[in-house]
Design a protein around this ligand. Structure first.
Ligand SMILES: Cc1cc2nc3c(=O)[nH]c(=O)nc-3n(C[C@H](O)[C@H](O)[C@H](O)COP(=O)(O)OP(=O)(O)OC[C@H]3O[C@@H](n4cnc5c(N)ncnc54)[C@H](O)[C@@H]3O)c2cc1C
Length: 306
């Protein structure tokens, strides 16, 4: 309930202006975002890799509505990949791309071209790309673009959101050899017609999807901080006889860092999703919506500083 209120409020221009301009937002953002500059992203990546973790970097931005901005985002990814290669970080770091940031909402062909350039640069740098999944109106287009990109770049990863009713079927389509699929619960406000609404239904769907992926021949990426689902993933790994390294856990920067290190210490591959850049508003609002305690933290900080 609170979650959908926050996600709906996030689209209101007045709320956006208030949150984006409040000095305290910077403090809260620092918990979830590595920084605004490329240097910040590279520094955070190096530190996580030295701690035995892997990284997926997200250059923040979404819902681009002009071609110039889509091209600028593409260039930012090319610069990022070049820098990661120069610093010798690409064996531990890949990139995550939101197709809406590279032109999906303007023209699917433009998004394919831009995302294709990023995939090409990733291959040249010795790493991979995962396509983030956004709201349900983009799911078909994103999976179509993913299929198209995989023709030339077969390691391109997809994201499936367990809150969508369609996801178990999508997992069946994707659980084939060499596919990389990140399974998450889903972070957008979605109508009941397409998405499960209760936590229990979303979690049960997550387990059904996970079973399909773990039993398939691809590479499952278990993206959740939920201790129960992490434990179920471990049990499934043992049940289907998967070896460590044939799947991975993924968590967000700043969320359950001790658990990230615990799993890595137990020999698991753990990848941290690291966002950076100045377009942090949408990302921050989704993180606040996930956990009421984050909103309290935000409001308390706002009250203390004002
Ligand atoms: C690597 C990665 C990539 C993702 N990519 C996408 C994507 O492409 N598309 C998409 O829709 N969603 C994406 N998400 C977000 C995801 O859909 C969920 O919204 C988010 O992970 C919270 O769900 P949860 O599985 O952690 O479970 P929850 O039940 O929400 O959380 C479980 C526990 O994790 C901790 N926790 C979770 N969220 C927070 C938070 N914001 N702040 C503090 N603690 C928290 C709390 O301890 C909580 O009790 C991604 C998540 C990860 C980890």
């Amino acid at each position: 309930m609170l979650r959908s209120v926050i996600l709906r409020a996030a689209d209101d221009a007045r709320v956006k202006s208030l949150v984006a301009k409040a000095p305290v937002s910077r403090d809260v953002v620092a918990r979830f975002v590595a920084g605004e500059a490329l240097d910040d992203a590279v520094r955070a990546t190096g530190a996580l890799i030295s701690d035995g973790l892997r990284v997926s970097l997200d250059h923040l931005g979404e819902d681009t509505c002009n071609a110039g901005q889509a091209e600028a985002t593409t260039k930012a990814y090319l610069a990022l990949l070049g820098r990661l290669a120069d610093e010798g970080l690409t064996s531990g770091a890949e990139v995550s791309v939101k197709l809406s940031a590279v032109g999906q909402l303007l023209d699917e062909a433009m998004a394919i071209d831009n995302a294709g350039s990023i995939c090409e640069a990733a291959v040249a740098a010795g790493t991979t790309v995962t396509l983030d999944m956004e709201d349900h109106t983009t799911t078909d287009s994103t999976l179509r673009i993913h299929r198209e990109l995989r023709r030339d770049f077969p390691t391109t990863g997809a994201v499936i959101q367990s809150y969508l009713r369609r996801s178990e079927a999508d997992c069946r389509d994707l659980a084939a050899a060499r596919s990389r699929v990140r399974l998450c619960k889903g972070a957008y406000s979605e109508p009941e017609s397409v998405a499960f609404q209760s936590r229990g239904e979303v979690d049960r769907s997550y387990v059904r999807c996970l079973k399909v992926l773990m039993n398939g021949s691809g590479y499952p990426m278990v993206a959740t901080h939920d201790p129960r689902l992490v434990a179920i993933a471990g049990a499934l790994v043992r049940q289907v006889g998967r070896k460590q390294g044939s799947y991975e856990y993924q968590m967000l920067y700043g969320i359950r860092p001790n658990e990230q290190r615990r799993l890595a210490g137990a020999g698991e591959t753990v990848r941290v999703y690291v966002p950076y850049g100045d377009e942090w508003y949408g990302y921050l609002m989704r993180r606040l919506a996930e956990r009421p305690a984050n909103v309290t933290f935000f409001l308390r900080a706002l009250a203390t500083k004002s």
